[in-house]
Design a protein around this ligand. Structure first.
Ligand SMILES: NC(=O)c1ccc[n+]([C@@H]2O[C@H](COP(=O)([O-])OP(=O)(O)OC[C@H]3O[C@@H](n4cnc5c(N)ncnc54)[C@H](OP(=O)(O)O)[C@@H]3O)[C@@H](O)[C@H]2O)c1
Length: 135
């Protein structure tokens, strides 16, 4: 399923945990969404660990337990994308990154827009009940 820091599929991953199953993250870099990759928190952590912001995003994925296969046609990026196993984000940093997760359609941006809209629809349908279809 689509998963990245703007869209963590919390409900799904909690359910998968019951079965020891992992989520494979499609669009792990938000399809290369520069707004996502260059969020302040990733730039700050990239400086701290001597990595690129994209590497921080990918490291976040692995620490979340996601299976992650980023797409790239750039040799430098491909090398960077596997060079994420010599550092570890702290629990506090993982929590800090969690703040980027949003289901506000106003925040929708490029490739992540569809994901945010889907979450928004899910939340709207959650609020409806058979007795009150207009709620
Ligand atoms: N089964 C499905 O329906 C489905 C749906 C969606 C996605 N997926 C899978 O998800 C995987 C990834 O999808 P995706 O490639 O569309 O999205 P993605 O991995 O989120 O993003 C790829 C984009 O990020 C850029 N990028 C990669 N590494 C980077 C780096 N280190 N720094 C900066 N930019 C970087 C790439 O540009 P460069 O080429 O310039 O590096 C490319 O534009 C694929 O394996 C795909 O098959 C599957």
């Amino acid at each position: 399923m689509e998963a990245h820091p703007y869209c963590t599929e919390k409900d799904v991953t909690e359910r998968l945990e019951e079965y020891g199953t992992r989520l494979m993250a499609w669009y792990p870099l938000g399809h290369g969404d520069k707004k996502l990759i260059n969020e302040d928190v990733f730039v700050k952590l990239a400086e701290k660990y001597g990595k690129t912001p994209a590497q921080i995003v990918l490291r976040w994925h692995t620490q979340k337990g996601f299976i992650v296969i980023p797409g790239s046609s750039d040799e430098r990026h491909i090398k960077d994308n596997i060079d994420i196993f010599d550092f570890e984000l702290t629990d506090g940093e993982m929590e800090e990154i969690a703040v980027a997760d949003t289901d506000d359609p106003e925040e929708a941006y490029s490739a992540v827009k569809a994901c945010l809209l889907r979450l928004s629809e899910k939340n709207i349908s959650k609020k409806r009940t058979p007795l009150d279809p207009t709620a």
